[in-house]
Design a binder for this molecule. Structure first.
Ligand SMILES: Cc1ncc(COP(=O)(O)O)c(C=O)c1O
Length: 377
């Protein structure tokens, strides 16, 4: 299962289990990364809808994919996380709005039901009989549609009246996936990704390195691996614009240059997408790290072309940055060590920037290396 999909599955399953999300409800998320695509992919399989708020500087194909998957997309101006209109805050608000709407509709349905009590029972019986036969006809005519909306979770049983499973009917409320702070994200990697790495390497690995978007991967995997073997080294790989390198290596989030007011116009001004943050999320807090490395946009671009030419791997910016990290760790540890990283994104989702020659030329990032000499400094 792709990396982001397992997080989406875990978030939705835990929310259905707790009752915070019900079948037909709308999962909302604010994301520039692939978790939003994963939520849009898996939500319908649970009988849920998906609404994604995305910064408008993210590659356009991301919104196109999310819409193609049947979710709704809101593209907004990128602003600081402290701003009420940051895409994450808007997504949180959309879930609250959906909950308010659902509560209103429930109230009005109850009022209507009370009114119906006065209709004589013969009329009611006739009406129900007609509705049941019509509903049977619809189901028979549209078997495929019905089965794709069938939820996996018992709380989504279409036969249960309060949790009916027709997403097109009344609003069933919203649930903010909150991948940054929702610990289901960490648990997906602690329970699934970590054990998979352990099994695939048969426990014989020396280091793990990855960049952090929400921190879920590095936290879940590092915790799991350290519990299996404390001597496995775990490292963060940090892209430009992110404050996590300083946090890990010096215990503070910002350097002097990055202090408020001195930062670049857009502090996330990097070609990488979905990695690097300037706050410590609850998920990242669970990480057990031995150190951190930094990577540049040029290194990520060059690495992606190197891997395409030499290994036939067409990777996105996060995976390329992770591989830059893997080479750095390998060079520091020396020969004879097994280093693991994650290839979490395909180049397919990065056609308008990372794999666009004109965009790279405009940003002085045209790749020129023939080998890995770009990592020699
Ligand atoms: C494109 C991309 N970047 C980065 C990551 C790692 O992010 P996180 O720290 O949220 O686990 C993922 C994880 O799925 C990803 O798909």
């Amino acid at each position: 299962m792709p990396q982001g999909d397992r997080v989406a599955v875990k978030i939705i399953e835990e929310a259905l289990e707790s009752g915070d999300l019900i079948c037909g409800g709308t999962v909302t998320e604010g994301s520039a990364g692939s978790t939003a695509i994963s939520l849009a992919t898996v939500a319908p399989a649970y009988g849920c809808r998906c609404h994604v708020v995305i910064p408008d500087d993210a590659a356009i194909e991301k919104s196109q994919i999310i819409e193609a998957l049947g979710a709704t997309v809101e593209r907004v101006r990128p602003v600081s996380i402290t701003h009420r209109d940051h895409f994450v805050n808007i997504a949180r608000r959309r879930a609250l709005e959906a909950n308010k709407l659902a509560a209103k509709q429930r109230e009005s349905n109850e009022t209507q039901t009370n009114g119906l009590d006065h209709i004589n029972s013969k009329m009611m019986d006739d009406k129900l009989a007609t509705m049941q036969s019509e509903s049977k006809k619809t189901q028979n005519n549209d078997q495929t549609h019905v089965s794709t909306k069938m939820p996996h979770n018992s709380k989504c049983d279409p036969s249960s009246d309060s949790k009916g499973c027709d997403p097109s009917s009344d609003s069933k409320g919203g649930f903010f996936a909150d991948q940054f702070e929702n610990m289901a994200n960490y648990r997906a990697h602690y329970e699934w990704t970590g054990p998979e790495i352990w099994e695939q390497t048969k426990g014989s690995l020396h280091a793990f390195v990855a960049a952090a978007g929400t921190g879920g991967t590095i936290a879940g995997v590092s915790r799991y691996l350290k519990e299996k073997n404390r001597s496995i080294k775990c490292f963060l790989m940090d892209p430009p614009g992110s404050g996590l390198f300083n946090k890990v290596t010096r215990g503070v989030m910002y350097t002097k240059e990055e202090a408020e007011g001195k930062r670049l116009k857009n502090p996330f001004d990097t070609i990488t997408e979905g990695i690097g943050i300037n706050r410590v999320t609850r998920n990242f807090m669970m990480a057990e790290l031995d150190g951190a490395y930094r990577g540049t946009d040029r290194e990520a671009v060059e690495m992606s072309r190197f891997l395409l030419r030499n290994d036939g791997l067409f990777l996105g910016s996060s995976s390329a940055m992770n591989c830059v990290g893997a080479v750095r760790v390998a060079r520091d540890l020396g020969p004879g060590h097994t280093i693991v990283t994650i290839l979490c994104d395909s180049g397919m989702r990065h056609l308008s920037k990372f794999f666009n020659d004109q965009y790279l030329a405009d940003h002085g990032l045209t790749p020129t290396a023939t080998g890995l000499e770009f990592l020699d400094k």
